[in-house]
Design a protein around this ligand. Structure first.
Ligand code: NAG
Ligand code: NAG
Ligand code: NAG
Ligand code: NAG
Ligand code: NAG
Length: 295
């Protein structure tokens, strides 16, 4: 188990135990930095992703009644819906060299839509993490209800974020692993110190993009998913010009505070992007049960 997940959980436990307490991101970071042994070595972009988790601690704990009308941008309903937009952007436009994070929620509104569910209208700032560009986006998230069970439906417009030209690094990565005699195999991205070897970083990013397909599909109004770790990723023989990967990934569902294991089979190529072929939640993961209460 990554130490940094344990740290995040410990911090969360402290916060959600008392609904009146809100913790600012700064205070949290300072608190974590006060424990040198538990501070992982984040690469900048990973720190950005992790930073969002801390930001999301600024919430109220109990919400039995779904908020309707204008939402507090810092509270769970708006943050959860905005997180789904992040997963959507990664699903649509993510790459080993392009990843989206949620920078801020500016405003949000939620309404019941007769028979079909609840519609969130959001103004957010999304961040393209690798080029470190931030842009305002307008988004709508519909969580289906009743008869129309299914995944959230998302629309978002923020075209500026797609301007970075990642053709060259994508093509180089593709050629390197398409033509290599030995197939890639990697574990623990990031490792227990939060570290990722530079040449493995594209595969952490690929894992995030593939996981976004799961997180988008699994998200409801009551969830908040983050990618925690690529436990392992194994390259399979290339088929139809697609690099193919078998992976075991850990998601962090922050409302239930569960670490959820998924097995994903996916492909990637620059023109086709990431396509998840199979996804399976591992419910009885005996080998990979990790003690979370050892901190
Ligand atoms: C990203 O950009 C912002 C402002 O544009 C800057 O303050 C910040 O330091 C940058 N972050 C990184 C990791 O370069
Ligand atoms: C991106 O860069 C490649 C060369 O690396 C160039 O051929 C291509 O036209 C560029 N695409 C855009 C949209 O600028
Ligand atoms: C082939 O893959 C191995 C292991 O992933 C890596 O160390 C090596 O640099 C790769 N070779 C080329 C030519 O990319
Ligand atoms: C998405 O989730 C639904 C359940 O909400 C499930 O039935 C469906 O198979 C999932 N999609 C994929 C591609 O697994
Ligand atoms: C991948 O990681 C999981 C979780 O740590 C572990 O249970 C599984 O055996 C690993 N698989 C391989 C092929 O290394």
């Amino acid at each position: 188990m990554s130490l940094w997940i344990v740290v995040a959980l410990a911090v969360l436990n402290g916060v959600t135990g008392d609904p009146d307490v809100t913790v600012s991101p700064e205070a949290d970071t300072a608190d974590m930095l006060a424990h040198p042994n538990s501070v992982p070595e984040y690469a900048e972009e990973e720190a950005e992703i992790f930073g969002q988790e801390e930001q999301l601690l600024d919430v109220e704990a109990e919400e039995d009644v779904m908020a309707t009308g204008e939402l507090n941008p810092n509270h769970y309903p708006a943050q959860r819906a905005a997180k789904v937009v992040q997963h959507y952007l990664n699903t649509r436009y993510g790459s080993p060299f392009r990843l989206f994070g949620l920078h801020r929620v500016h405003s949000g509104n939620a309404e019941d839509v007769a028979d079909s569910g609840r519609m969130y209208q959001l103004e957010i700032s999304a961040q393209e993490i690798i080029s470190n560009t931030t842009e305002k986006c307008s988004a709508e998230v519909l969580f289906p209800r009743g008869e129309r069970q299914g995944s959230a439906q998302v629309q978002a417009s923020c075209e500026e974020l797609l301007k970075s030209n990642i053709t060259a690094p994508e093509e180089a990565l593709y050629q390197q692993y398409k033509n290599n005699q030995s197939l890639l195999s990697a574990q623990n991205l990031p490792d227990s110190h939060g570290h990722i070897e530079p040449d493995m970083r594209p595969f952490w990013h690929l894992g995030i993009v593939a996981s976004s397909v799961v997180m988008l599909n699994e998200s409801t109004e009551n969830t908040l998913y983050n990618m925690a770790q690529v436990a392992n990723i194994t390259q399979l023989a290339t088929e139809n010009d697609q690099l193919k990967f078998d992976s075991h990934i850990l998601l962090h569902e922050m409302v239930s505070q569960e670490i959820i294991h998924w097995k994903l089979l996916f492909t990637w190529s620059p023109p086709e992007g990431v396509k998840v072929l199979q996804m399976e939640q591992l419910r009885h993961c005996h080998d990979c049960e990790t003690p979370l209460n050892t901190s």
